[in-house]
Design a protein. Structure first.
Length: 327
């Protein structure tokens, strides 16, 4: 009985150590924005050290703390990293106010890196029997070593484009007015999509074009609070409408995800355009294109999510235009 009680206490202490470890790393990550300016904190938060090194160390240290020897089953090394990452995402979402989009973006990277950390610990247990504490503790230095090496590397921006197309049973002159201005868009208009219906990105409310000092500007509003501008740079009636995005306030990141700015150092949504082409006298193909810059350690990975998020938003807008044009 005494041995069982002692074993229970030991398990409890290990679980407490894991919880304190997760809390410590979460607070360190959160404190970047408190002790550094936004530019420096941004470089830390979107870096190899945070995206790969930190979850690797967490996976390794958590697995070590919960392992009394090298005799654990293979399932153990799959379950522990997944539970650890899930716990961190909960802590970040509930207690630290992280946005859903940010958590979704980093989850696959953190999960795979934490698995790698757990596998390394398993290999160490299989090959060595002595001084495992020292060997596994050294794995906790990974994010700091990677951050030092990363300071010599410059993140290179890359441009990507997202394009969506829809066919509308209407003529270009029936569609064009809805491209120039749309007002009072209800929440029921458009189509269901993951980005807006599940992840919570607000749906469009209006897009009204006004002429100011001979410059046409379309003022867009999403939901109740998000606003931005589209400065029209090219207009050929019933053929093409092109614009450059302007974000005069922080409403996008404030009401979606504070780490994702549409005009920041890691993401810059630059320009967009509508193009119309006649398929038949009463059918028109409408194309919506958005160009943006990404500057991260994983540009192509980020572009995959850009394809999903912006693609969902574009499909929704095109569906609204289609329904109104055909009404």
């Amino acid at each position: 009985m005494k041995r069982e009680f002692g074993g229970t206490i030991w398990v409890f202490l290990r679980l407490l150590g894991v919880f304190l470890l997760l809390l410590l790393f979460s607070l360190i990550f959160y404190s970047l924005e408190l002790f550094f300016d936004s530019k420096v904190a941004g470089l830390f938060s979107v870096s190899f050290a945070i995206l790969f090194g930190l979850p690797f160390s967490l996976g390794a240290l958590t697995t070590f703390l919960l392992t009394s020897g090298g005799s654990k089953t293979a399932k153990f090394y799959y379950v522990v990293p997944a539970l650890m990452i899930f716990s961190i995402l909960i802590i970040g979402g509930i207690f630290l106010g992280e946005g859903v989009i940010c958590l979704v973006l980093i989850a696959p990277l953190w999960l795979s890196s934490s698995y790698l950390g757990a596998v390394v610990v398993k290999v160490l247990f299989d090959r060595f029997e002595k001084r495992m504490g020292l060997k596994c503790s050294m794995l906790g230095l990974a994010p700091f070593l990677i951050l030092m090496l990363e300071s010599f590397h410059t993140q290179v921006p890359k441009e990507f484009r997202v394009v969506r197309v829809i066919e509308i049973d209407a003529t270009p002159d029936e569609i064009w007015p809805h491209l120039i201005s749309m007002d009072n868009i209800s929440r029921n208009e458009g189509r269901w999509n993951l980005t807006q219906n599940v992840l919570g990105v607000p749906r469009p409310h209006s897009a009204l074009t006004k002429s100011i000092n001979q410059q046409k500007i379309r003022y867009a509003q999403w939901g109740d609070s998000i606003t931005f501008e589209e400065n029209i740079v090219f207009e050929k009636v019933n053929v093409r409408l092109a614009w450059q995005f302007e974000f005069p306030n922080d409403s996008v990141e404030k009401y979606t995800d504070r780490h994702i700015s549409p005009d920041g150092q890691h993401l810059k949504i630059m320009k967009g355009q509508y193009s119309l082409s006649e398929i038949s006298p009463y059918t028109t193909r409408l194309t919506l294109e958005t160009a943006y810059l990404v500057r991260t350690p994983v540009n192509h990975y980020s572009a995959l999510w850009g394809e999903l998020f912006l693609g969902d938003i574009q499909r929704n807008i095109l569906q609204i235009v289609k329904a109104r044009s055909e009404a």
